[in-house]
Design a protein around this ligand. Structure first.
Ligand SMILES: [Cu+2]
Length: 621
């Protein structure tokens, strides 16, 4: 991989595989041991019995002969009262925690989650976002695709290998349960005894989300109503599940003339801000994941530059930034150096991009231990860039390149699929459609119905491979009608697939939205972004030299994004817009590949629909 040459003062030097030294200025590294802090629940009395329960609930580590571990977790999903933004509301919680517990593992470990559904009237599943589920497609946690939703009172065991170090998260993937707060972080460290590609003194995790006061049940009804009632912008942005509504932490700096008064905290409120405690003159790793339902975000740390080093569990060619955009479904690691005046504290601010922001910034505090934590930063929070400055966003996205020495994409593709993203209507209902098909999921999970040849479970006709080349992406659809569909793109196993995501005008004139697309079961290479409709001339603009590997990529308004992946993981995989209301309105497709190579699917994953009937009949015979 590569080595960081550290100096007390000066730029960071990175040595790549070819032994060439590259520098990427602005922060001064400092060699020290990696300190990882493990959170333990406060006030837990560890009597022997409780100790055993504690081990069971919060991770029992069984070391295998190879040094990798099986990490067991026993989780219960339920609703609870909580005040994420100081206003009491109902949230989805895991073991009474919101956000859910952070899973920490090492590359090569097996994670085992015994998930019990304690909800009274709803099913549940959990998707492990960014984990490819190599050989375990039934553990991907997508209702109707990889498994049946877990019924109230029932338990499902997710058992999967975390094969690659990186920053990941998990979230609900049934209805809009992610919007209800069903999410948490999944951090995979490098294997025991191996060193990370860069050095740092400590690390922090920030899980970003957006929050509505309206219940998710109502939001779902709103979006499915005729006419559709748009849910609007979120009331708050949450950092690690904490935000502030109707008051501001930065009242002293409020130059926008907002009438919000200062928030008052004793410190133990559920909505009290996160404080990151740092020592001066150290290097920290900040792991950031966005599980927003809608908002595209930008994050900055007052006065501190950052160096981007990881995206979606893949190493980047390091580059320095003052702030960075993060779309729903993406994760990043950045390094920053605490080289500012140590007698001050600094804001970490998160604001909305890509939609006219009606939500105040989310704030956290970077606290230099040389001063008191309660001292509010003297400088105002960093301003979020103009929401519609897309040139700025594109320039950032184009800087994201793979670390030299990373795997390169195959030079040629075997199949290229064009996916036109449009907003449409069906009988007056507002929908999102791909190549004029709005996805509706079947009752039987595809993985089971395809594996067992149950052809009546879904439409056997493939959805269109492309769209008419006369389609005008700059105007609202001339014929906004679309159809529902549940067909599958059957991709030949072991082939190289290109997908050209093509954005277009929505139903209203002069509106084209950002859509972050997320692929399950694979990482893909982002070959490039472009304006307008993808054409033959764009072919030569594709980057085959050092494209980044990702699992989520954005399409910009009126633009296209090209990506490439290899169908090397047998299973049925969702590929969809990560904006929760858009997916709810049909914005996704399903890829199936090599299903005949999938091993024995656990019965519990198939206990519904036609596979459920099949299993019942087998048991009777
Ligand atoms: Cu979308």
């Amino acid at each position: 991989m590569f080595i960081v040459y550290a100096k007390l003062v000066g730029p960071i030097f990175v040595k790549n595989r070819e032994n060439k030294i590259e520098s990427f200025s602005t922060i001064d590294p400092f060699i020290s041991l990696v300190i990882t802090s493990m959170a333990t629940p406060r006030g837990l009395i560890l009597t022997p019995l409780y100790f055993l329960i504690y081990l069971w609930c919060f991770g029992v580590f069984v070391t295998s002969a190879w040094g990798s571990k099986a990490r067991h977790f026993k989780w219960e999903v339920d609703y609870m009262y909580h005040a994420p933004d100081c206003l009491e509301n109902v949230v989805m919680a895991i073991n009474g925690q919101f956000p859910g517990p952070t899973i920490k593992a090492r590359a090569g470990d097996t994670v085992v989650v015994h998930l019990t559904n304690k909800l009274h009237t709803e099913g549940v599943v959990i998707h492990w976002h960014g984990i490819r589920q190599l050989g375990t497609p039934w553990a991907d946690g997508t209702a109707s695709i990889s498994q049946c939703a877990i019924n109230p009172g029932e338990t499902f065991v997710y058992r999967f290998k975390v094969d690659k170090a990186g920053t990941y998260f998990y979230h609900g993937h049934y209805g809009m349960q992610r919007s209800a707060g069903l999410y948490g972080l999944l951090i995979v460290d490098v294997e025991e005894g191996k060193k990370e590609n860069f050095l740092y003194d400590g690390e922090f995790n920030l899980l970003l989300s957006d929050w509505w006061h309206k219940s998710v049940r109502e939001q779902e009804v709103d979006l499915s109503a005729n006419p559709m009632r748009w849910i609007g912008e979120p009331q708050s942005l949450l950092i690690n599940g904490r935000g502030q509504y109707n008051c501001t932490l930065a009242a002293a700096h409020d130059s926008n003339g907002s009438s919000l008064s200062a928030c008052k905290f004793r410190g133990n409120e559920q909505c009290a801000p996160n404080i990151l405690h740092v020592q001066p003159n150290k290097t920290y790793r900040l792991r950031v994941a966005s599980t927003t339902a809608l908002a595209s975000l930008n994050l900055a740390i007052g006065n501190h530059k950052m160096v981007m080093v990881e995206a979606d569990g893949n190493y980047l060619q390091p580059f320095s930034v003052n702030d960075f955009d993060i779309y729903s479904g993406e994760t990043y690691s950045v390094l920053f150096r605490t080289d500012q005046n140590p007698s001050n504290n600094y804001w970490i601010s998160v604001g909305v991009r890509g939609r006219e922001p009606k939500t105040p910034q989310g704030l956290a505090i970077l606290h230099y231990k040389s001063t008191t934590a309660s001292k509010l930063p003297t400088l105002p929070p960093p301003r979020t860039p103009q929401w519609n400055d897309y040139a700025r966003s594109k320039s950032f996205s184009n800087k994201i390149l793979a670390l030299s020495g990373s795997p390169r994409p195959p030079t040629n593709y075997n199949r290229r699929i064009f996916l036109l993203n449009t907003q449409n209507r069906i009988d007056g209902y507002t929908k999102w459609a791909i190549n004029n098909v709005s996805l509706t999921l079947p009752t039987t999970p595809y993985l089971g119905s395809i594996k067992h040849g149950l052809t009546s479970a879904f439409d056997q006709k493939s959805p269109p491979n492309t769209f008419v080349n006369t389609y005008d992406i700059t105007r609202p659809p001339s014929n906004p009608n679309t159809t529902y569909g549940n067909g599958v793109y059957k991709l030949e196993f072991g082939k190289t697939i290109d997908v050209i995501l093509q954005n277009a005008n929505a139903l209203n004139a002069n509106v084209s939205e950002i859509h972050p697309w997320h692929l399950h079961g694979h990482d893909f290479w982002v070959l490039g972004y472009g304006e307008g409709k993808f054409s033959k001339n764009d072919e030569k603009k594709l980057n085959l030299k050092n494209p980044p590997l990702r699992n989520t990529v954005v399409i910009f308004p009126y633009g296209w994004t090209a990506l490439r992946f290899v169908t090397d993981n047998p299973g049925v995989w969702a590929f969809h817009c990560h904006i929760e209301p858009h997916l709810h309105m049909g914005m996704g497709v399903v890829f199936a590949s090599g299903v005949h190579l999938v091993g024995k699917i656990p019965d519990e994953a198939l206990s519904c629909g036609l596979t459920g009937k099949m299993l019942k009949n087998e048991n009777h015979n």
